[in-house]
Design a protein around this ligand. Structure first.
Ligand code: SAM
Length: 270
């Protein structure tokens, strides 16, 4: 499907034009006739065209009204394809996916909202079997980074609790029109049926992780004090009990160490 209108930068419209990359994304998604697939941001339909041929059911969510209207016209005679003209961050994803047990998600995400989309998808992880997502390379690097590496951060830990994540391949800017200023990467996400490690209260876990990375030049104990999750005088004891030196930097903690702190903080905040 083509559209003469100029791509909209504000909507992250960098359309895939490289047939090899399109095929590699689709084969990573491993789509079969029994699969239900959600595509976020189908745009001009580069991935959609093949997904519609291979999937048993396809739901598209596109925020650009003109592009959504074009897709609706294109798939008007195909009852397996539904086009939702809406904002993926505003629609009720759980409701949209309620018709089937398990979905694959395929998307070349608009980079300006990719992290927000990842957290929305994390909320509905129990409905998902696999996600193949194109992200800005830098965002992808963060997701798969090991502790104590410059890319390791909040998203690595929070999403790593619920997903196996691995990079499939890199994508050069020349594979898109217009070319983005950054490199891209396609990642595979497989949701876990239970968190990788018990964390107690998940909201407490999020606050521990965000607080620990909040002030990168401060020690862990000072970062944790600032979260006000536990009284200052109990903090040292909790760190000692967990075998964690409070003088470390937050970014050196492993997921297991964040989880150990979170379990203890959850008891205090019960
Ligand atoms: N899938 C197409 C491709 O690979 O060529 C387009 C990918 S382009 C990087 C991102 C797409 O997401 C655009 O079509 C854009 O209009 C759409 N989009 C941007 N923000 C969105 C939002 N909040 N909800 C749904 N779609 C959005």
């Amino acid at each position: 499907m083509s559209s003469k209108r100029r791509p909209l930068k504000a909507l992250g419209q960098n359309f895939l034009v490289d047939g090899n990359i399109i095929e590699k994304i689709i084969s990573s998604a491993d789509v079969h006739p029994e699969d239900c697939v959600l595509e976020i941001g189908p745009g001009r339909g580069a991935l959609t065209e093949i997904l519609a041929q291979r999937a048993g059911r396809l739901i598209l969510i596109e925020f650009d009204h003109a592009l959504a209207a074009g897709l609706k016209r294109r798939y008007a005679d195909d009852p397996r394809v539904t086009v939702i003209d809406g904002d993926v961050l505003a629609v009720d994803l759980a409701e949209i996916l309620s018709e089937a047990e398990s979905w694959k998600v395929v998307a070349n995400l608009p980079y300006n909202i990719s992290t927000a989309v990842l957290f929305r998808l994390q909320e509905i992880r129990s409905k998902l079997s696999r996600m193949i997502l194109m992200l800005q390379k830098e965002v992808g690097d963060r997701l798969v980074a090991p502790p104590d590496c410059k890319d390791y951060g909040v998203t690595t830990v929070l999403l790593g609790l619920w997903f196996d994540m691995r990079r499939e391949f890199l994508v050069h800017p020349g594979c898109f029109h217009p070319s983005p200023k950054v490199d891209s990467a396609v990642l595979r996400f497989v949701p876990l049926s239970a968190p990788r490690v018990a964390v107690g209260n998940e909201e407490v876990f999020r606050r521990v992780v965000k607080g620990s990375f909040g002030m990168r030049r401060k020690t862990l104990i000072n970062c944790l004090k600032a979260t006000e999750l536990v009284p200052g005088d109990e903090l040292q004891q909790i760190l000692d009990d967990c075998g964690i030196d409070g003088k470390r930097r937050g970014e050196t903690l492993t997921l297991d160490e964040f989880a150990a702190l979170s379990r203890r903080f959850s008891v205090v905040n019960a």
